[in-house]
Design a binder for this molecule. Structure first.
Ligand SMILES: C[S@@+](CC[C@H](N)C(=O)[O-])C[C@H]1O[C@@H](n2cnc3c(N)ncnc32)[C@H](O)[C@@H]1O
Length: 266
């Protein structure tokens, strides 16, 4: 896959959106690492690392005796993540501009992690194999991904439903699957991972950053929607305006997608 297959804008705008999302998700991803025993000395790989926030979370778990690599195909993300990690003193992280499908595995990591990567890629089984090839025998694969149709809001709002449908449609058009989340545990058992586990959670809120995500995500898939003639520029702007206006009321409840966390040993 290259950037053209990715439905969401990359570069600075994509980075800024991911930064807000990472802040929201830090407690649940942090809890997952604790539960799975990510510990000092481990070697971890964060594939599709985006802003590098999770790579830093992993580095915090593995301490100075461990090692973390963050890989992404987006040059801006890699450069920015590198600068931020250096500024914050995370010397044990190395960020590299790499495509997971173009690197031969060397079976050297104790943990391989990928969040919101498989939903964007055309052949998830192939990606799981590529991720596994970087794990040492019995190493731990951890995935987090979305079940986009699990979104909810209250009171019901057509623009929100439209947003969920448009996102799923454009991701599908690019070869991905916005509802891959619940399939992932089964994919791991089919690929003969052992000790497969799953946890499903969902963020929702009346105020704050969670409520910014619908409008922001729609804005960031706007170019893909327009290029595919799925929506006109007027309709897109109108939908973003409606979502942001709905989000501003503190008596409307909005969620993020349902998120499936799954893991297993190679
Ligand atoms: C939705 S973002 C998620 C970023 C980060 N994992 C997070 O949860 O904040 C997906 C990331 O995967 C990267 N990506 C897409 N295809 C990739 C590939 N083949 N190899 C490496 N990174 C890839 C994109 O550039 C993007 O930064």
């Amino acid at each position: 896959m290259n950037n053209e297959n990715y439905a969401i804008r990359g570069g600075k705008e994509g980075y800024d959106r991911l930064k807000i999302l990472s802040k929201i998700l830090e407690p649940t991803t942090g809890k997952l690492f604790k539960r799975l025993g990510i510990a000092p000395g481990m070697r971890c790989l964060d594939v599709g690392c985006g802003t590098g926030d999770v790579s830093r979370l992993l580095a915090w778990c593995v301490k100075d005796t461990g090692k973390v690599e963050g890989w992404d195909i987006d040059e801006y993300c890699i450069e920015t993540a590198r600068v931020e990690a250096a500024k914050k003193g995370f010397d044990q992280i190395e960020f590299r501009k790499l495509d997971i499908l173009a690197v031969a595995g060397e079976s050297k990591f104790d943990v391989v992690y990928a969040r919101f990567l498989l939903s964007h890629l055309p052949d998830p089984e192939k990606v799981i194999k590529a991720l596994r090839d970087h794990l040492r025998p019995n190493g731990l694969l951890i995935l987090e991904d979305v079940e986009f149709r699990g979104h909810f809001c209250y009171p019901d709002f057509d623009a929100f439903r439209d947003y969920v449908n448009l996102y799923s449609k454009v991701v599908k058009l690019k070869g991905g699957n916005a509802n891959i989340g619940i399939k992932l545990p089964r994919m791991l058992t089919d690929a003969r991972f052992t000790n497969v586990g799953v946890k499903v959670y969902q963020h929702s809120a009346l105020t704050g950053d969670v409520k910014l995500m619908a409008g922001l995500t729609l804005e960031n898939i706007g170019d893909s929607l327009l290029a595919a003639n799925i929506i006109s520029e007027y309709e897109l702007k109108d939908l973003i305006r409606k979502l942001n206006s709905y989000a501003r009321h503190d008596n409307t409840l909005m969620s993020l997608p349902r998120i499936v966390q799954t893991w297993g040993n190679a």
